[in-house]
Write a protein that binds this ligand. Structure first.
Ligand code: ASP
Ligand code: MG
Length: 409
């Protein structure tokens, strides 16, 4: 008997009509003879509201209470979906994270899953009961509810699929798959039938917001077959959506598979840093201690034994970074601290890059033809990223989409 995990995001359970629609979808899967676990998010907007309430009472609130509040969003949708399923004759029950239990570490607000003790849940699934599981939450060692970080119900779904050895994890969302780039920006973007885990990982981490990055990491590590598809699509069409697969399963490798952009970056430049051993750690040590994620880094030689150092960070971290660097100013010894929020990072991703030369240069030439200045460059084996002025984001993404032959016919 095939065992399937179906995950529904916030827009798919946004109101009672949509919950009924989800219930009907789940029923089809049950009628097809599958054992089904459903993982749900909170109703669209619900989690944001809960965050806002915590913030309003106290910006520096207790993370354990924040988790207690945030986890309620998913508790509502599990109960409602179980009721909707029962109402159409499908046996179902809701499961909160602690009831399974899904065990996490104690990093409240951004907890990691340690183990899922699913024996009880599995035996009920085997007896024909649909398990409706609250995404985004688990039980921490301190015996308190923990949440997994925003977007975390994707990770709940993949982790559950791995724990119960599911044949597939279907992630239902408001887009009908993974596209060559954001279809709202580029109407000629194409849906990908398959994408390699590694490509998806790079795309997710550079701003394609279809799946939480950690869920992709987990799928890759535990070899869970993940399919991303629309909850509003034709349920009879089995070739819909995008399947995450091993690289070897992709026969015709495109050189570039997808293009992502992120406008959540900020650029920091330290002018006239002394050019001597130990300087990089003097700059980045304190930032890492402050849990700041540094992304792209360049160091230029300038005049008289000094160097300019430029790097990018998440824009939300900018105030913390400025504060941190100003406090270290004497130790580091820079002359000026410059910041720029009006930047965007554009990335081209594809496993085909491993075997093809000239990919990066196509990117540089295309941007040059549009007179777009490249501020910082970084590369990995299957990715090239550049930092540009934010105003040119759309122009750059469109031009690159055409240059790499990704436009739909
Ligand atoms: N409801 C949570 C959020 O909005 C988790 C999720 O939807 O994945 O972040
Ligand atoms: Mg999501």
């Amino acid at each position: 008997m095939p065992r399937i995990v179906m995950k529904f995001g916030g827009t798919s359970v946004a109101d009672l009509d949509r919950i009924r629609h989800v219930a009907a979808r789940v029923k089809r899967q049950v009628d097809a003879g599958d054992q089904v676990a459903v993982v749900v998010s909170a109703m669209a907007g619900a989690t944001n509201q809960l965050v806002a309430w915590c913030q309003a009472l106290s910006p520096l609130h207790d993370a354990r209470e924040y988790d207690a509040v945030l986890a309620t969003g998913e508790q509502v949708t599990t109960g409602l979906l179980a009721i909707a399923l029962q109402a159409i004759g499908v046996e179902a029950r809701s499961w909160a994270g602690w009831q399974i239990p899904l065990r996490t570490d104690d990093s409240h607000g951004a907890a990691r899953i340690l183990a899922i003790e699913a024996a009880d849940l599995v035996s009920r699934m085997q007896s024909g009961q649909v398990a409706v599981v609250a995404g985004f939450q688990g039980l921490a060692p301190d015996n308190r509810i923990a949440t997994l970080g925003r977007g975390g119900s994707d990770t709940s779904a993949v982790a559950l699929a791995a724990a119960i050895a599911a044949d597939r994890c279907d992630i239902y969302t408001d887009v009908d798959g993974v596209y060559t780039t954001d279809p709202r920006m580029v109407p000629r973007a194409r849906r990908l039938e398959k994408i390699a885990y590694e490509e998806m990982l790079e795309l997710a981490s550079v701003g394609a917001k279809v799946l939480q990055t950690r869920s992709v990491e987990l799928a890759m590590k535990s070899r869970v077959r993940v399919r991303v598809l629309s909850s509003f699509g034709d349920p009879d069409n089995n070739s819909q959506g995008t399947l995450l697969v091993d690289e070897d399963e992709i026969v015709e490798k495109e050189i570039v598979t997808g293009i992502a952009y992120s406008r959540d970056e900020a650029k920091v430049t330290l002018r006239h840093v002394p050019d001597r051993p130990g300087i990089a750690t003097a700059v980045f040590g304190p930032l890492s201690a402050a849990h700041v994620n540094v992304d792209m880094i360049v160091q230029n030689i300038s005049a008289e034994g000094t160097t300019d150092m430029t790097f990018t960070i998440g824009r939300a971290d900018l105030p913390r970074v400025i504060d941190c660097l100003e406090r270290e100013r004497d130790k580091i010894g820079f002359s000026t601290l410059l910041t720029d929020r009006d930047v965007a990072k554009i990335s081209v991703v594809g496993v085909g890059m491993r075997s093809h030369a000239g990919i990066a240069n196509t990117m540089f030439r295309t941007l040059a033809e549009k007179s777009i200045n490249i501020q910082v460059i970084s590369t990995s084996e299957i990715k090239v990223s550049v930092l540009i002025a934010q105003d040119y984001t759309e122009l750059a993404v469109r031009a690159l989409h055409t240059a790499y032959g990704l436009d739909a016919a």
